[in-house]
Design a protein. Structure first.
Length: 208
C-alpha cells in the first residue's frame, strides 16, 4: 500500500535520486530545456523551482544554499546571473512541462521541461497600450485624414495639368519654329529662281 507516500522515489535509493535530480537541474539551468520522462520532470520541477525562487536574492547565503543542492559552480553562476533577472517578476511557476508522446521500447510518457521565460514562442507578449478615444476625436481624425487626402489629390491633378500645359507649349513652339524654317527655305528658293530668270533674260537680250 502507498500510505504516507509523499513523492515518487523513481525506483532509486536516496543518494542516487538526489544525484540524478541535481544533475538534471544543472542541465536545465544550462540548456534552459531538457527531454525526460514525465515522472522525472514532475520531481525535477519540485526540486528546481525552490532554487530558482531563492536565486532572486543574490546573497552569499543564497548562493551557498543553492550550491549545496547543485554542487556545480557554473550552474550556480548561470542561475544567479542569467535566470534570476528574467524571473524576478514571476511569483512561481518557473518551469513548463510539454508532453511529447511515448518512448519507443518501454512506451514511457516523454516530455520536455523548460524554463518559461526562455521560450520565445510561448513567452509573455508585450501588452499594447489601449487608449480610449471618443467618437468625436475619431471623426475629427478621419476628417483630417480625408482633407489631407483631398489636398494631395488636388496637388497631383494640378501638377499633371501643369506638366500637360508645358508639354503643349513646347510642342506649339516647336511647330512654329518648324513653320518659320519652312517659310524661310521657300523664300530663299523663290529668290534664287527669280535671280536665275533675270540672268536668263539678260542673256537672251544680249544675243538679240
Amino acid at each position: 500500500m502507498r500510505h504516507g507516500k509523499k513523492f515518487n522515489h523513481l525506483g532509486r535509493k536516496t543518494a542516487h535520486r538526489k544525484a540524478m535530480l541535481s544533475n538534471m537541474a544543472c542541465s536545465l539551468i544550462e540548456h534552459k530545456r531538457i527531454n525526460t520522462t514525465v515522472a522525472k520532470a514532475k520531481e525535477l520541477r519540485k526540486y528546481v523551482e525552490p532554487l530558482i525562487n531563492r536565486s532572486k536574492v543574490d546573497s552569499t547565503h543564497s548562493r551557498r544554499v543553492v550550491f549545496s543542492y547543485l554542487n556545480n559552480k557554473h550552474a550556480v553562476t548561470e542561475l544567479f546571473r542569467e535566470i534570476a533577472p528574467k524571473v524576478n517578476d514571476r511569483n512561481g511557476g518557473y518551469t513548463r512541462i510539454i508532453r511529447t508522446g511515448h518512448r519507443l521500447g518501454d512506451s514511457a510518457d516523454m516530455c520536455m521541461i523548460e524554463l518559461v521565460d526562455f521560450n520565445e514562442i510561448y513567452g509573455p507578449e508585450e501588452k499594447k497600450k489601449s487608449t480610449r478615444r471618443s467618437r468625436r476625436g475619431g471623426a475629427k481624425k478621419k476628417t483630417e485624414t480625408s482633407a489631407a487626402a483631398a489636398v494631395e489629390a488636388v496637388e497631383e491633378v494640378a501638377t499633371e495639368a501643369t506638366e500637360a500645359t508645358e508639354e503643349a507649349a513646347n510642342e506649339a513652339t516647336e511647330a512654329v519654329e518648324a513653320a518659320a524654317d519652312a517659310a524661310t527655305d521657300a523664300a530663299d528658293e523663290a529668290t534664287d529662281a527669280a535671280d536665275d530668270a533675270a540672268e536668263d533674260k539678260k542673256d537672251e537680250e544680249k544675243k538679240d
